[in-house]
Design a protein around this ligand. Structure first.
Ligand code: SAH
Length: 233
């Protein structure tokens, strides 16, 4: 399985680093494609203009809807309003749907994704309403641009693809996976078995596979349980 990812950004150079990472290289070798489109190159305005001052006043600059419309149309050769019913066009924004494991799974099952990276004050609202199919946030904090958010999304999606990690079990039984009932992963230990008096739990050294399995499930469930005193717990 492979996915085609187009990233609309004003800073395509940022993604060169991403493409050099091992699991991304594995995914690229297996047919995944990542292409960056500098939407400044498609602007219908003069002097490479992509943004403008906000109606109603206030600080900062807002990315213009006509600029994103032109860039998407130039790249895909169809009306972007139609495009978003044919493929996931994801605008990155702090207030969007939170990226979590179920959403990553959903996106990893798509044949093609388009990511729109904002800058400055963000997108004209009509880009989110009419040109994108999804608005996704990587967390409730504000970054200076959508590039890092897009890389987080790509990293999480690509490591789900078969072969990306180089060993099949790793991605199946991980934090938040169905195999762990959506809970965080159990703790891992490696040699030395004792260090500064900190011992590895005996069960892991016991060689009893069933007991080890049971111990891991229990720890994982424990970590997923709401902390006492919070969430009404
Ligand atoms: N004025 C906006 C923030 C703009 S930040 C606000 O207060 O909501 C500039 C760009 O960075 C955004 O358009 C978005 O593409 C990206 N960005 C910032 N934080 C993000 C987050 N948590 N998740 C996804 N994208 C984010």
């Amino acid at each position: 399985m492979a996915v085609e990812i187009d990233i609309f950004t004003l800073f395509p150079d940022w993604f060169e680093w991403l493409a050099e990472q091992r699991h991304v290289r594995n995914a690229l070798a297996a047919g995944t494609r990542i292409e960056c489109v500098n939407f400044r190159e498609h602007t219908p305005l003069g002097a490479g203009q992509v943004d403008d001052t906000p109606f109603g006043g206030g600080a900062g600059m807002v990315l213009r809807v006509d600029v994103l419309d032109s860039a998407l149309r130039a790249h895909y050769g169809v009306d972007p309003v139609q495009l978003r019913s044919e493929r996931r066009v994801i605008a990155l924004a702090p207030g969007g749907r939170l990226l979590d494991d179920p959403l990553v799974d959903e996106l990893a099952g798509e044949p093609a994704l388009t990511l729109l990276c904002g800058r400055y004050e963000g997108f004209d609202e009509r880009i989110l309403q009419h040109l994108s199919s999804d608005v996704v946030s990587i967390g409730r904090y504000v970054l200076s641009g959508g590039e890092l958010a897009a890389m987080v999304l790509c990293d999480a999606v690509l490591r789900k693809l078969p072969g990306a990690l180089g060993h099949e079990r790793s991605a199946a039984e991980e934090s938040f996976s169905a195999a762990l009932e959506g809970n965080p992963e159990y703790p891992h230990y490696t040699r030395p078995a004792e260090y500064r008096g900190w011992r590895v739990p005996d069960v892991l050294l016991s060689g009893h596979h069933e007991q080890i399995e049971r111990w891991r499930r229990e720890r994982s469930r424990e970590r997923g349980a709401p902390a006492p005193g919070r969430d009404g717990g």
